[in-house]
Design a protein around this ligand. Sequence first.
Ligand code: NAP
Length: 294
Amino acid sequence: MNTEILSGKGLASLIQQQAQDDARILENEGLRPALAVVVATDDESTHWYVRSIERAAGRAGIECRIVDLGQDANEQVLAGVLEDLSAEPSVHGIILQTPLPNGVRADGLVGLIAPEKDVDGANPLSLGRLAVGQPAFAPATARAVVELLDHFQIPVAGRNVAVVGRSAVVGKPLSLLLLERDATVTICHSKSGPLERYTQPADVVVVAAGRTGLLKGSHISPETVVIDVGTNVLPDGSLVGDVDEASVTGVAAGLSPVPGGVGSVTTALLLLHTLEAARQQSRSGLLAASTSRI
Ligand code: NAP
């Protein structure tokens, strides 16, 4: 089997171009879209990721405000910043970047991100709305997987998709997006037992567990499409996914690798979500203004 590499680069640059065009249209209407990224860690790979968002936003003409609170920030400070940004009219999108300082839990904080600015789908309200099919921003990584499958014309309707990982950030929202597209979804987690029981019958396997080498060629059937979402930094500093690429290559029909897969698509989608949020907030502001004049 010749395994096709499903690179995210082409799709990411198409989305980046669309973001650039949309940002220019908004700018001509007098609206400068802005994304705020709240960071409270000294983790170097997180800062690297945040800088990559900043660069992509800059290229698209979107203002990116990095609010770096340092690794000692407490929950109260973080809560105050998220509330202020949620109320600030010149900010249209907000991301709370993990990891957070020791002892600070993300669960309570993400609920403080105004749902209309929740461009990475972190607020539980966004997940709830997705679950019942109402409009909401999906976490960008979950949407990136679906966009990548669409881009390579890999159908999911009526097909079996196994999602490895059940987090609120990737596994659960991705499963909801796939269900919305009529896939039959199996969600696996650390207590599922032998993975191959679920991944071998699957037409598409998405792995988002954060475990190096978790999915091997023996876990899948020929012609399976594999999307790797995991990001693991090895002791030598290199980035790898959750898929054992050596054993999966030659068995899978397609493989979206790490790096070079969903990562860059995720960043580009964050920009698109920010532009959509800016448009919606501008429209509802105009509506509120015209209603108050009546
Ligand atoms: P997480 O919150 O740690 O969740 C990991 C999930 O994987 C959990 O549901 C866990 O099961 C499951 N799991 C762990 N070991 C397993 C095993 N041996 N067999 C089956 N399932 C197993 O992580 P996350 O935030 O969802 O992220 C997952 C991965 O995606 C990480 O590597 C992360 O860095 C990466 N990621 C990448 C992007 C991107 O843009 N590329 C964005 C976000 C995340 P339990 O629930 O039972 O513990």
